[in-house]
Design a protein around this ligand. Structure first.
Ligand code: SF4
Length: 451
């Protein structure tokens, strides 16, 4: 527990109070789930380090632990609980904060686990006040209903781990209500960050040396609802920022890649030719039961639109296997469709029942064994497609942003999202360098930096 508070210091306000009480206090964080969660963790840590906390590694003995949880599958729930237990075990006297999607949907369950603060997906700015309250031996349940929220909660980040790529959250929530998905209940409705705020955040990151920003949200293709701004305006505005060399669109839903949208964004030469567009299934009947709002053909038309503009684009996607009622035939349609699109990478997940969703109540739930077998088949197809895409790029000169070094080998991503290993040195880190892709060996792509 954070050390007792001296009553005479209660007159101190906000930052002064915490500067006094967090001196030499440490905070450690663990993030589960998506890039939006990673952004929220970083923003929360920035508030605490601004108040004097030192950020420590998660496996060290810290005074405060933050676990930013995920609830997208039942496995995410169980991993979230595991990390809460791990933090408590590492330092039984620490103050434990549980935030994020699992916290938002199960606050009581989490408090019963002996967690000190349950924060959910709102009021993250209150973290200092919550710690103050919990330091007074009060368990804090700060989770509130977010269903009617329509304003984007502005939280900024100061820095982002290494100095290569930073994520900027520009949208929160989802209005789609796919029948399998718990996320609209955990994240609320669509709220969009204002264009000016995104530009200010990106300018700050570029000034601090970040070369790439990744635009993230829960359902990015709905960006602008409530503010009237458009995703293409964000991309064009960021393209004008000095020092920023790359803009990447994070995971996005289909429906936005019209010829008109692509013609506009193609004016932004810093935009990466990599698009991660959730597919989930290649069978129209499954897509309908999922309430995804598109057919396989409509999805393919959007990919064709992209490839008409970005000839060598990396197209990656998420696929779910074993959605209720998925027949062998429907699964085969998905398999064939994935081959037809020729994705450059797949993220494959077996369907997971989420209580409170329509799909949880559907007949014909698929046995776990079948879901897993189908996932394994698609994972292997994904590996094959990834190799095919990389092979297509061998011999081509690409720009690579190097973000990691080990034993004189630097690693980074091309604009179209191929991970490249090249002989290099510290000086090559956090730079975008022209690199000739030379070979693929054991599923690893190698290149030579042009000097
Ligand atoms: S689009 Fe569907 S899958 Fe994606 S967050 Fe919204 S409800 Fe969930």
């Amino acid at each position: 527990m954070v050390s007792a508070i001296n009553k005479s210091d209660l007159a101190l306000n906000g930052k002064d109070f915490f500067a006094l009480y967090s001196r030499e206090k440490t905070v450690a964080a663990y993030t589960l789930g998506c890039k939006v969660n990673a952004y929220d963790t970083q923003a929360t840590l920035d508030i605490l380090s601004g108040a004097g906390f030192l950020v420590a590694p998660f496996d060290s003995e810290a005074d405060v632990y933050i676990i930013n949880t995920c609830t997208v599958t039942s496995l995410s729930d169980s991993k979230s609980r595991q990390m809460l237990k791990k933090a408590k075990k590492t330092n039984p006297n620490a103050l434990i904060v549980c935030m994020g999607c699992y916290a938002q949907t199960n606050p009581e369950k989490i408090l019963d686990m002996g967690v000190d603060i349950v924060l959910g997906n709102k009021n993250r700015k209150d973290i200092l006040k919550n710690i103050y309250d919990a330091a007074h031996e009060v368990r804090v349940n700060a989770v509130t209903n977010i269903d009617n929220d329509r304003e984007f909660e502005e939280i900024e980040i100061e820095s982002y781990g290494d100095r290569s790529r930073a994520f900027i959250k520009i949208e929160e929530g989802c209005d789609q209500f796919c029948t399998y998905c718990i996320i609209p209940f955990a994240r609320g409705r669509v709220r969009s960050r204002k264009l000016a705020s995104i530009v200010a955040q990106a300018e700050k990151l570029a000034k601090d040396g970040y070369k790439e920003v990744v635009l993230t949200g829960i359902n990015l293709s709905w960006y602008g609802k409530g503010t009237g701004d458009k995703l293409e305006d964000v991309i064009l505005a960021l393209n004008d920022i000095d020092g920023l060399e790359r803009i990447r669109i994070g995971s996005i839903e289909p429906g936005i890649f019209t010829e008109e949208f692509l013609s506009t964004i193609s004016r932004a030469e810093k935009l990466c030719d990599h698009f991660h567009i959730s597919l989930q299934s290649g069978s129209d009947t499954v897509l309908e039961r999922m309430h995804r709002g598109y057919t396989a053909k409509q999805y393919k038309d959007e990919i064709d639109n992209i490839r008409n503009v970005y000839k060598n684009a990396g197209i990656t996607t998420d696929i779910m296997t074993g959605f209720p009622g998925e027949t062998e035939d429907e699964f085969s349609q998905t398999y064939e469709f994935i081959k037809e699109v020729g994705f450059s990478r797949l993220h494959v997940f077996p369907y997971s029942i989420r209580e409170g969703t329509k799909a949880a109540k559907m007949d014909n739930q698929i046995p776990p064994k079948v879901k897993k077998e189908r996932a394994a088949i698609l994972t292997s197809l994904g590996q094959q497609l990834e190799n095919d895409f990389t092979k297509k790029n061998i011999g081509i000169e690409q720009s690579v942003l190097y973000e990691l070094i080990a034993n004189d080998t630097v690693e980074g991503y091309t604009t179209n999202y191929i991970r490249v290993h090249a002989k290099g040195q510290n000086d090559d880190l956090y730079k975008v360098l022209t690199t000739q892709l030379t070979q693929i060996k054991n599923n690893i792509c190698y290149g030579e930096i042009n000097k």
